[in-house]
Write a protein that binds this ligand. Structure first.
Ligand SMILES: [Zn+2]
Length: 376
């Protein structure tokens, strides 16, 4: 078996569920050991552990070229989402040219490809110039504390995040904002409408307003690669019992953002909506607050890096955008031009996940080509 695929099976075989997503989950410590064995023992590159949080190490290795030159980073996340509902999440079973299991597509296939690309380069005499950095980071599926920590110590002249792109080159993705809204009513016996104020029906007005904002967002001219911005109501909670007016209702929502939208756009739209609703009814009371946000990302399609990646992959297709957020935004904000390029598969975050074996090998080969072309 190709060593790349053996590594992929080993990686899928290790539980690396993100402990910030799932209570008592294993985290990235065990997979860090497998990667250290593969990189230090298997390739002979010294591994640096960057402890990001207790039991949560980034694994970083550098391959120096024979002369100074441009640097390139391959970056992937080692954590996965949870495994609820999966029969054999860590089997790494090979069937029909695929490897099955949690994280096979998102994104242990990409990690195996980038680590094995370093092995191929080392075994064929190393890099003539420049530097290759292999970065395996924690926590992308939650708050990306791994990528945040990585860019405090490591920089490069270009980076490839090997998230699954079906072997296409992606140069853009959306960002997101999480906003919470609380409406305030007045608790009262259900038989006394003059005393009660219904916080849940106040939230109904907010939801109607969010409907209108979402329609408006989705009717704006679309971004060429990413489509339109949007929002959805994610979590809602309110009320205490059947026979009482609810004194509060709490909503958490998500707004997906596009490159070019100012940070905090979603929170401002909500603020404006609440102000309008207050103007319509002096009894209406509500407050909102931004909870967390990550920026959208975009690199020009004609930038040297995506063009070099297309050449290395032998692709004649134009660069694409991905809908989901990735660590490329953090690398990009740190001044590292970044693209996404990774294998083909399906079922990320669902109960049956797989990655196509041939596409992992093609990804590895294209990364080898790119490093030889870029690092000079
Ligand atoms: Zn991912």
């Amino acid at each position: 078996m190709d060593r790349c695929i053996q590594l992929l099976k080993d990686l899928v075989g290790v539980d690396s569920v993100n402990p910030s997503l799932v209570l008592d989950a294993t985290g990235e410590q065990h997979i860090a050991r497998v990667l250290t064995t593969a990189i230090q023992g298997g390739i002979g590159l010294r591994v640096r552990e960057q402890i990001v949080a207790p039991g949560r190490p980034n694994i970083v290795a550098e391959l120096e070229g024979a002369a100074p030159g441009r640097s390139l980073m391959f970056c992937g996340h080692t954590d996965t989402v949870g495994v609820a509902g999966m029969a054999q999440p860590f089997s790494g079973e090979e069937r029909d040219g695929r490897i099955y299991g949690r994280g096979s597509q998102d994104m242990k296939g990409g990690i195996a490809a980038m680590v094995d690309a370093a092995r191929v380069i080392v075994e064929s005499g190393g890099l003539a110039a420049g530097k290759l950095i292999i970065a395996c980071v924690v926590d992308e599926e939650h708050a990306s504390i791994g990528a945040d920590a990585l860019v405090t110590k490591w920089r490069a002249d270009g980076a490839v995040v090997t998230e699954p792109t079906d072997l296409q080159v992606a140069v853009a993705h959306k960002g997101f904002e999480w906003v919470e809204i609380e409406t305030e009513g007045r608790a009262a016996h259900g038989s006394r409408p003059r005393e009660g104020r219904d916080a849940i029906r106040y939230m109904g007005r907010v939801l109607n307003g969010l409907d209108a904002i979402d329609r408006q967002l989705q009717s704006r001219p679309a971004h060429t690669l990413l489509g339109t911005a949007s929002l959805h109501a994610s979590l809602i909670e309110g009320g205490r019992e059947l026979s009482s007016y609810p004194d509060r209702c709490h909503l958490q929502m998500e707004r997906r953002t596009l490159p070019g939208e100012a940070p905090g756009s979603g929170a401002r739209e909500v603020d404006d909506l609440l102000a309008k609703l207050r103007g319509e009814d002096p009894d209406f009371k509500a407050a909102s607050k931004g909870m967390f946000a990550r920026s959208p990302y975009e690199l020009a399609s004609d930038h040297a890096l995506p063009q070099a990646m297309l050449r290395a992959a032998g692709s004649s297709l134009a660069p694409i955008g991905m809908s989901f957020w990735t660590d490329a935004a953090i690398l990009g904000e740190a001044g590292i031009p970044s693209i996404l390029f990774g294998p083909m598969g399906a079922g990320l975050h669902s109960t049956e996940e797989w990655v196509n074996i041939q596409s992992v090998l093609k990804c590895r080969d294209a990364l080898v080509e790119l490093a030889r072309d870029w690092c000079r």
